[in-house]
Ligand binder design. Structure first.
Ligand code: FES
Length: 164
């Protein structure tokens, strides 16, 4: 079933639900735990679909609207599942100066996304990272575990062709 807050389809297994209940249970009754609970639940599912948000709201006895506003406020939380391939664009100072923004722009145009996002077919997720420790090789892009140095915006789609 499609959730109400985005276009994704909720796919939470019983095992994941059990883990989420355990996480919520371990924080129940403690103040100021929402961000920690969201973080741990996201590690279980990979993102925070409405169903998980509802479980958290009920378990911590807070309004769903409060959970939703925290999830949408912090960039570290995602309402969408990650794509099969994760593209990490370095926007550390050195890579930024060498054109990381041009790469982001090209990715947005070609993949039909805006900023850090996942394509509708879940082939790719794009995320921004700060320095991968290879500043002399910038701009640097990582796709899954593969590092690409001195990436040119007009060559990025050739790189991505390798990833299904
Ligand atoms: S700034 Fe990109 S690798 Fe250091």
């Amino acid at each position: 079933m499609a959730c109400e807050t985005c276009t994704c389809v909720d796919e939470i297994t019983e095992e994941q639900k059990e883990k989420i209940r355990e996480i919520i249970g371990s924080y129940k009754g403690k103040p100021g735990v929402l961000i920690q609970v969201l973080h741990e639940c996201q590690q279980v599912v990979g993102y925070l679909p409405r169903e998980v948000q509802a479980m958290i709201a009920e378990g911590l006895d807070i309004p769903l609207s409060e959970v939703y506003s925290v999830v949408t406020f912090y960039a570290l939380f995602s309402l969408k599942p990650k794509g099969r391939n994760v593209i990490s664009v370095c926007k550390g100072t050195a890579c930024y100066v060498k054109g990381a923004d041009d790469i982001m722009e090209k990715l947005e145009d070609e993949l039909g996304i805006k900023g850090e996002d996942t394509t509708d077919d879940r082939r790719f997720s794009v995320e921004v990272v700060r320095c991968m420790g290879a500043c002399g090789l910038g701009p640097v892009v990582r796709v899954n575990e593969d590092i690409y140095a001195r990436v040119k915006p007009d060559r990025i789609m050739e790189v991505l062709d390798k990833y299904e």
